[in-house]
Design a binder for this molecule. Sequence first.
Ligand code: 3PG
Length: 400
Amino acid sequence: IDELLSAGVDGKRVFVRADLNVPLADGVISDDGRIRAVLPTLKALTGAGAKVVVASHLGRPKGAPDPAFSLRPAAERLGELLGAPVAFAGDTVGDAAHDAVNGLEPGQIAVIENLRFNAGETSKDDAERGEFADRLAALADVYVGDGFGAVHRKHASVYDLPARLPHYAGHLIAAEVDVLKKLTEDVRRPYAVVLGGAKVSDKLAVIDQLLGKADRLLIGGGMAYTFLKAKGYEIGSSLLQEDQIPAVIEYIERAEKIGVELVLPVDALVAPEFPDLKTKAPANPTTVAADAIPADQMGLDIGPETRKLFASKIADAATVFWNGPMGVFEHPDYAEGTKAVAQALLDSPAFTVVGGGDSAAAVRILGFDETAFGHISTGGGASLEYLEGKTLPGLAALED
Ligand code: 3PG
């Protein structure tokens, strides 16, 4: 983007593909980290006199307008954060979008409606995506990619549109890639990786990659129960992905063979049922050993001994990457595990990276000072796929 700014953007229409996919319930944004993350790019462009068109997806609507997924709340929050009016177009490539863009003065911003209200955005068909990209290209003179959270998606606005306009990487994408490079090239050791979240299947590829790179792999969250089951433990009614057990057994064996420390929970907070996240009614969990979860109970957070164990493995690491909550942190009775990991990262002198929409949101929702972490990535899937060594369509499109 510095190259673009020095060439001059005064009066030019600049399309910024952001990731404003924020957690939203009943029109209320619970974490605006992704909106704040794109401000440096937007301020640089408006400050230089560009007419800025901001586009993003939000949630997973089915290729047609759906008011529940409107970007309007995100556009309003963007205006509040900038302290300046932000126009909002009620469609993506139709008359409203063109009117909003035509109405821009240099230094002003318009947000267009959710890209995924159009089937062409996510289509697997190159021609259909290309057609939609052509319509997006008509809105602008220049493209700036800054939606790091979506660079792993081969979508029209991420992959096809940059090929149709002069294209540049924004400040956020540049900063994210800079940090993730430190985890893939010349990483400082010991390198500890903490993985959580619900599903093992989402993390298989990254575990596979990290087994050759990390010195320690700490597994918590819902996915840990499949590991515990694979070790032959009783996990009661905890989350289980039975079909992943053979892969997990292979990882456990490989870790042992190549000398990677695989650290699993030693205890868990359990209850007979999943907590009510709306009322947050007390869940009264009990603590049990991780190899003896009663048949009628499910694990919902790591237990106190595991918190200590994980904290000690983080304390003397030189680099730590963390992705995924340790339990159902949205409920106060199950937030301690995730808090303990966040606190251990803060207490550690290591270079610490929090990767992922969920873990980044957890850190902020639980009240931690986000500036105290080495880096909080705005990308969940994107940062994991980067660490897997995959080619990310949205980065490849900007590099060519
Ligand atoms: C994310 O939240 O990881 C990104 O915004 C991408 O969203 P998606 O998984 O719906 O493509």
